[in-house]
Design a protein around this ligand. Structure first.
Ligand SMILES: [Zn+2]
Length: 471
């Protein structure tokens, strides 16, 4: 089925992309090709009943459950599992299965039981040196290296450098002598931590329906940055926006649509970005509150690791220092960016101006559901009542932050016992939000795309604590 195959690799798909006219042709294709690529779940295909292979290579093996991995392994004399169990583990929803340890991948089990069989691939060819240094310091204990100088020096290509200057002039009424946007987007800044604290209360997270956490200011600021990057000639396909919160994803998608940002700018969860990258990533951390509650999703260092390692030449992390500093890993991150001078304290007025045109566009949005963040034209843009974007009538489901070992820092050699991997699931009741009929059609498709996020945990209640997660 060529339609399901990325056009860039269709040329290599002899079996799937070429129609066969006779049984003989099928026979020849099935039995004659030397290399077969398939998903782990696809080993029911007739071909695999008749052939065995010399080697089976399983990619992203740390993300699949043991039973899923076994299928393909049985077809080969030798196997190689490729993965990284410092990234996200298999997603397991069933609580009993989780307590039984199903979220421990075969990859992780074998790496821990047979360290001599592990070959560490320390060279990476994705991230420039500065971006790599984050996870290298925080997670990998300095083991990572850039594959070559070209990778190490990777810089975001901006078609129109003079355009950065323009920002300063056309935004002068807002920014005065200092333009945060030009500062944050300067290609020489490979890693930027943009601190939202100076914006004050408007930059706080909001809780919609008492459950869905969003941060309207971070959504707006992301849109500002993306619009500017596009205007500077960065292709939309090279830009990605990551947030760990499903409701924030929906809000950012809505804000971007309103701002006229095309779908080529990908907005997704860290889970969905695993295994992939973009030249430039904007990461919205969302959590910002007076109590300094960081929440379960951000406590999972593996998820944060994935989010920090998706950008090739520029990473902008948007978040509240006052809140994030309460997490051990993120506090170390803040220490690191302080040390390197990678911090930009956003001005109080950061959400306004820059010829963004939000004020006028906002009039096309449904003007309901007032929000505490409503303050200006820009805020109106993002004040698009995320309540309407989240699925209504979601059945009760079990949500489980898959990172049972959330706080275990591998760089410090944490526990590796199976016992330490378990965490009780939490049950969260669904909501019954009434969706406006006009929006249902448009949202259906979006929601279908978000099934995966549906499966990932969202921090609904800042007061719920996991049993074995400390600090
Ligand atoms: Zn400015």
């Amino acid at each position: 089925m060529p339609a399901k195959i990325n056009p860039e690799v269709q040329n290599f798909c002899l079996l799937a992309a070429t129609p066969r006219k006779s049984i003989d042709e099928i026979e020849q294709a099935y039995m004659g090709c030397r290399i077969v690529a398939k998903t782990c779940m696809g080993t029911n295909h007739a071909l695999f009943h008749r052939r065995a292979f010399d080697v089976c290579i399983v990619d992203e093996a740390s993300q699949i459950t043991l039973p899923t991995a076994l299928g393909p392994l049985l077809l080969a004399r030798k196997f190689v599992l490729v993965g990284d169990h410092y990234q996200l583990p298999p997603l397991v929803q069933n609580r009993a299965a989780l307590e039984g340890g199903l979220d421990v991948s075969l990859f992780r089990q074998l790496s821990e039981e047979h360290p001599e069989a592990v070959a560490t691939l320390a060279k990476q060819y994705r991230m420039c040196e500065e971006i790599m240094s984050l996870s290298n310091t925080l997670i990998y204990d300095g083991q990572l290296q850039c594959g070559n100088d070209e990778v190490a020096r990777r810089t975001l290509a901006i078609g129109d450098m003079a355009g950065l200057q323009d920002f300063r002039s056309d935004a002068s009424t807002v920014c005065g002598s200092y333009c945060w946007l030009a500062d944050v987007l300067a290609p020489s800044r490979k890693v930027v931590y943009a601190n939202t604290d100076p914006i004050g209360a408007p930059a706080f997270e909001s809780l919609t329906s008492g459950k869905n956490i969003t941060n309207a200011v971070e959504a707006t600021l992301s849109a500002h940055m993306v619009l500017r990057l596009l205007r500077l000639g960065v292709p939309g396909r090279n830009i990605g926006v990551i947030t760990l919160y499903r409701s924030q994803l929906a809000l950012i998608r809505h804000v971007f649509k309103t701002a006229g940002i095309g779908a080529e700018v990908e907005i997704d969860s860290a889970d969905r970005f695993q295994g992939r990258d973009k030249e430039c990533i904007i990461l919205s951390m969302v959590r910002s509150n007076e109590q300094g509650v960081v929440g379960e999703l951000l406590r999972d260092w593996r998820r944060v690791n994935v989010a920090f390692t998706r950008a090739k030449s520029k990473l902008v992390v948007l978040g509240s220092r006052r809140t994030l500093v309460n997490n051990e890993l993120l506090a170390r991150f803040l220490g690191l960016v302080d040390e390197r001078g990678w911090v930009v304290d956003l001005p109080r007025t950061a959400g306004e101006g820059h010829g963004f045109g939000c004020g006028s566009q906002s009039t096309s949005l449904p003007e309901s559901t007032p929000s505490p963040t409503k303050r200006s034209g820009v805020m109106r843009l993002v004040n698009s009542s995320p309540r309407k974007i989240v699925p209504g009538g979601t059945p009760t489901r079990i949500l489980q932050p898959s990172a049972s070992a959330g706080n275990r820092s591998p760089a410090k050699g944490g526990d590796t016992t199976r016992r330490g991997l378990k965490a009780p699931g939490k049950i969260i009741k669904g909501q019954s939000t009434t969706m406006r009929k006009g929006m249902v059609g448009a949202l259906k498709e979006q929601l279908a795309m978000e099934i995966f996020e549906d499966l990932t945990a969202d921090d609904f209640s800042p007061t719920v604590k996991m049993g074995n997660i400390s600090g």
